[in-house]
Structures are given as C-alpha cells and as structure tokens.
Write a protein that binds this ligand. Structure first.
Ligand code: C2O
Length: 586
C-alpha cells in the first residue's frame, strides 16, 4: 500500500457556510411546524413512582445474580423479530426500528465458551444484518454480520440464524445493525460475556449496565440523505437529545427550534433512567456508548469511578472523576456506594465542541439517577457535578498512560507496517463531501460480500473497496493518520489492537516515543483531530475484517477499509449456503 498522503480540501470552509445552513434549517423547521402542526400533549410532570415503559426493559440492565458464571459451556438461544414501531424514548413519539419491540434491544448474556444462537427475523421494509461488536469470531468470520463484507442483508420477510462460539474473551460488548444507518434508529443492545477468570469478580456486589447514546428525532435515512447532499456541506447531523438505557426527558416546547423537527406527539417529563443503590455496596457499572456521533464525558456526582475494563480487556484499576467515552467504546468502573443516603445524578455530557454546528433543541447534559435505598423517591433533587476536574474541549480518550491491561503483555514486534491516511474531500462541484481512506471512499456491495468474493478467489476487488491482503500469520502495525479536523473513534472487527501511542500532529517513526511495555489493548480507539495513532495486531484470524470510524455518518460517507486475513484459510471456509443465498434473494 502506498504511504502517500492524500491531497485533500479540508473542511475549513464549513464555518462560513454554517450560518447559511442554520438559516435554511430554521426555515425548514418553520415549514414543518406549519405542515404538521406540532401537537404538544403535556403530561402531569415527572413520573416519580414508576419508571416502567412497555418498550423499555429496565430490569435487563441489572445483571441477575442468578446467572451462573462457569466454565461449563452451554448454548444461549434467542429469537428476535425486528420491526418498525412508534415509541417515545424521551417523550417525543417517533417510528423506530426495534428488536422484539424493545429499546434498547434484548440483553445477550453468556459465559466464555458458550455458543450464542440468535434467530433474526426481519419484519422491516429494508434488509438488515446484526454485528456482534467486539466478538473475535475466530473461525466464523461469516457470523460477523457486516453487510457487504461478511454477508448480504437479510431480506425483508426472511430469517437468518447467527450461531457462534465465544472463545478467549469476556467483558462488555454490544450488538447493533450493520446495514446502512439502521442502528441509529434503535437496533442496538448489550452483549455481556462472563468468565470465572475475570480478575475483579469478587470485588463488586452488583453488576449493572448504562448504555449512553446520542439520539435523533428524525429517521436516520433522511439524515443520511441530507448529510450526503450538497446541502450539508459535510456538516454531520447534530443529535436532538441523548439517552441513558434508552430514556431521557425532552423539552417539548423547545422542539420548534429543533434542527430536524418531526410532526409527532411530545410529552414533557418523560422519566430518566434510575438505578437503586444500597449504601455500603460496590457496583460494577458497564458503560457502553451505543450512539452514532457524540463523545460523552461520564460521571456520577460525588462518586469516584475506578476503571477496571476497556472494551473487554481488564485494566489495572485507575480512579477518575470523569470518563471520556467515544462512540462504540465500553468501560467497566467500580462505584462504591459510600456517600450519604440520597439521590445523585449520573451525568453523560456530550462534548458539543466536537459538533460543527449547534442544535438549539439539544440539551447536551444527559442525566440518570442513582437512588440510595432510604432516600426520598424523586427526580427533583440537587446533587452537583464535580468541580475539581475539568474536561477537555477536544474529543480525546483517557490519557494512554492511565490505561494498562491487567494481564500485562509487551507490544508485539511488527513484521509489516502500513500507513493509513484518511480525510474528507468534496468530490465535485455539487459539493458532496465524502470520506477517503488512502484515496478510497467505501460504499457497501449490495448483492455480494467481499468475504464471498475472497472465497471465490477474487483478488481484484471493486474500486469502492480498499482491501489490504495479509498473507501470513504475522504482526501488523498500522500508522493511522487523521487529516480531518474531527476526532474519529476507529473500530477494528475481530481483534483487539495494542495501542502504542496517539497524539496531535505527525507520528515520526523512530522519534515519537511509543508505549511498548504493556500498552492499552482494546477494539475502539479515538484518533485525535489532525493527529495520529499507532496500533499493532496479530494477524491470526482468517476473514474479511473492517476497520472503520464508528461515527455512523462517517461510515455512510465511506470511512471504512478492510483487511483480508489469511486468504488461503478463507478459501477453506465452510460458509452456510443460507448466507450466500441471501445475496440473490433481493
Ligand atoms: Cu460496532 Cu463495524 O461495528
């Protein structure tokens, strides 16, 4: 692969056009308001007694103590039906895409060694796939669920059964649709893998999940169409709200100012996510950023967070007040219920500095409630944010030297090194802004998958596919250079990589100091604005694996490349014929 830097027109012109965009959007908002007539139906006020919503299974986020953590393997069966349904996560009704009518979708919970079998029936009008974010799938690349890469979409009205065994990993993961921008519309859920080998098992009493995400009131398809048109000038749609475990409240009277209004019913005072604490206990809190754009700063008032896991890798404990978490990343933190009995806010605050334009409807301070047993049941209380730790105006991960894996491993020595350069570029006079990785802007194959092509022996892939072939088992180093003003959370399917360093400006081989002793390992890393990141991985997992920015808008714009690992083994794959059959089924 060439290591030439792409010549790119950077997005600095954006600042000039944003005024125009905002004006146009406000005009649009007024028109929408007139046409649909925003109906505000006010509810009685904050619901303090019951947090139950029929589509929200709050209890699944409190992991049950009845789950047996064991080395004896079993099979976990699930049956899912995905359909469009209208719900109101934050009080504003909108059609969403839901698994079994639930938002967030059903918990998948298993032990290392278990087989996971999920029959997915697609009752939507568009094809879909489900990706198991962070699962290695070593030997089952075709179960990775990436449309156009490891499978064709499950056509409307049809079913496909994902079936894979979890090996050599545990921790906090998630699953989501990996076809078009569907996961933004609701097809997401937690995926938790346990093991008796987890080092911190005896250090907490309760195990809970907090999925934090940005949230849009408009169907993602419409937003993608706008984003990939000249009208956006490359400005990503800015979220209207954020959610914790699918819940938040929204100020309905502010809605007329929303960037992307809808004509649906809106109720003020929708409930926040609430978690019961017992004084004296220790909680493992698994934080998952299941959003599509926003980087969050996560904290709990007056409670320190001791980080013990990042993306499925146990970490040496490190205590923080605030934790930055970018799209698709996960952390486990230990929280000691050691404060005065009372109510405390969970805060997931979006870093709006990393948006290119404001959304007047957005309250970036997303909240949940920690309710100590014995405290008054109310959502109306005062607890205050940390004042002793500020947070960065730029979107970056926790400092690299704070995160060291519990199971220490030296950085592997690379056999081969690739430079991966990415940037956004305006492709023509129409002003459509696309993303390029080493000069290729990805778009998914619609009636084939690169895995199937590789199995058929294809070596010359479509021009829309940047594929690096890795022939032998070896250690690969990637120098990822970000020629964009935004930071980008890059995820690698099927692997964890060792993160040797990141920073602003340029990486100078031989000069820039890298962490070699026991570097962070994880599956999603934020590459800083106009910066670099150096990662290494062991090429021991045959298949077609994507490396991409997990900001969904950017994937839609083409910010994705693939590795074809061990092609000789790919040719020997026994891929189920139901999978290849779906390519012709459209
Ligand atoms: Cu979370 Cu390509 O995926």
């Amino acid at each position: 692969m060439s290591s030439e830097k792409p010549t790119v027109e950077r997005r600095s012109y954006r600042k000039i056009i944003i005024g125009g965009v905002v004006a146009a959007v406000i005009a649009l908002a007024l028109i929408f308001g007139l046409v649909f007539g925003l109906r505000h139906h006010k509810s009685a006020g904050p619901d303090t007694e019951s947090f139950a919503e029929p589509w929200n299974n709050a209890s699944q986020f409190l992991l049950s103590k009845n789950f047996t953590i064991t080395k004896t393997p079993t099979t976990r069966y699930y049956e899912w039906n995905i359909s469009q349904q209208t719900i109101a996560p934050d009080g504003l009704e909108r059609p969403m895409l839901l698994v079994n009518g639930m938002f967030p979708g059903p918990l998948v919970e298993a032990n290392t060694g278990d087989q996971i079998v999920v029959k997915v029936t697609n009752s939507m009008v568009n094809g879909t796939t489900i990706h198991w974010h962070g699962m290695y799938q070593n030997g089952t690349n075709w179960m990775d669920g990436t449309m156009g890469v490891t499978q064709c979409a499950i056509p409307p009205g049809q079913s496909f059964t994902y079936n894979y065994t979890v090996a050599n990993q545990w921790g906090t993961y998630w699953w989501h649709a990996h076809a078009a921008s569907q996961y933004i519309d609701g097809i997401v859920g937690p995926l938790i893998i346990h093991s008796p080998d987890e080092p911190y098992l005896d250090q907490y009493d309760e195990d809970i999940i907090m999925m934090v995400s940005d949230y849009y009131h408009t169907d993602s398809g419409a937003l993608v169409a706008w984003y990939l048109s000249a009208d956006s000038q490359g400005t990503e749609p800015v979220p209207d709200n954020g959610l914790i475990n699918g819940l938040n409240t929204f100020n309905c009277s502010g809605d007329a100012n929303a960037l992307f209004p809808t004509g649906f019913k809106c109720s003020d005072g929708a409930p926040l996510a609430s978690f019961d604490f017992k004084a004296g206990l220790t909680y493992r809190v698994r934080i998952i950023n299941s959003g599509s754009f926003a980087d969050f700063q996560f904290s709990i008032d007056d409670h320190m967070l001791t980080v013990i896991e990042a993306d499925g890798i146990d970490m040496q404990p490190v205590a923080v007040q605030r934790l930055p978490i970018h799209v698709a990343q996960r952390y486990s933190v230990l929280v000691h219920a050691n404060q005065t009995v009372g109510n405390y806010y969970v805060r997931a605050t979006m870093n709006t500095n990393c948006f290119n334009t404001p959304n007047p409807a957005l309250n970036p301070n997303v909240q949940g409630v920690i309710h100590y047993e014995g405290a008054p049941v109310t959502q109306d209380f005062n607890s205050t944010d940390w004042t002793t730790s500020s947070w960065s105006a730029i979107c970056i991960d926790l400092a690299l030297d704070m995160l060291h894996p519990y199971a220490a491993q030296a950085a592997p020595t690379p056999d081969v090194s690739y430079e991966i350069n990415f940037a956004f570029e305006t492709i023509n006079q129409a002003g459509i802004n696309l993303a390029y990785v080493n000069n290729t802007s990805w778009s998914p194959l619609m009636t084939d998958a690169t895995l199937f092509q590789a199995q058929r022996g294809v070596t010359l892939f479509d021009a829309s596919q940047l594929i690096v072939t890795l022939n032998s088992t070896n250690v690969v180093e990637l120098i990822l250079n970000n020629y964009d003003e935004g930071s980008h959370p890059f995820h690698f399917h099927g692997h964890t990589f060792s993160v040797l360093g990141w920073g602003g400006g340029s990486y100078i081989p031989g000069k820039t100091v890298l962490e070699l002793d026991n570097p962070l390992r994880r599956d999603t890393i934020t590459i800083p604005s106009f910066g670099w990141t150096v990662v290494r991985f062991v090429n021991d997992n045959p298949g077609l694996w994507t490396l991409h920015c997990h900001i969904d808008w950017h994937m839609e714009a083409g910010l994705l490349m693939q590795f074809e690992s061990l092609p000789e083994q790919i040719k020997k794959f026994q891929i189920p014929s139901e999978l290849t059959a779906m390519c012709g089924a459209k």
